[in-house]
Ligand binder design. Sequence first.
Ligand code: CO
Length: 178
Amino acid sequence: MVANCLICIILLSIGLAIFGAGWRFLPALREHLPTEQTLAYAGAMIGRLNHVAIVVADLAAASELYERALGARVSAPRVLPAHGVTVVFVDLPNTRIELLEPLGADSPVRSFLERHPEGGMHHLCYEVDDIIAARDRLRAEGARVLGDGEPRLGAHDKPVLFLHPKDFCGTLIELEEA
Ligand code: CO
């Protein structure tokens, strides 16, 4: 009888310990379980928000502002002559911000800066699995793909395309093949 009770108490203690540990780790576990937000629905074409691009007049000043005022981690500047920009990347836990400064007279963001001398949000970049399939689907929907419609290598050396802002709620959209 005493032995039985002892076994019961030991089993109960083990059970409680396991339950307690599980309870404690539940939030951590839950973070890694798919939720409605993290599960892409079957018809989804766009995936993660790859980056938000902000055009700035003074990259050094903007980098310092992000580091000092927002406590952000800002990369060293990268000069991208092929894209007509100098860029820094601000890494956030769920995406990144790209601060773009015009480079050269033909920079594609120079006219934007003339219209918005204080700087401003330039585009959003969504990831897609297949950029050609995405382009064809968007064209079939009536969306305008900028340029000749052929993907070119973006700032991350992956194929990108841009969609006309007037077709997307006034926002320039970049698609990047993930
Ligand atoms: Co971009």
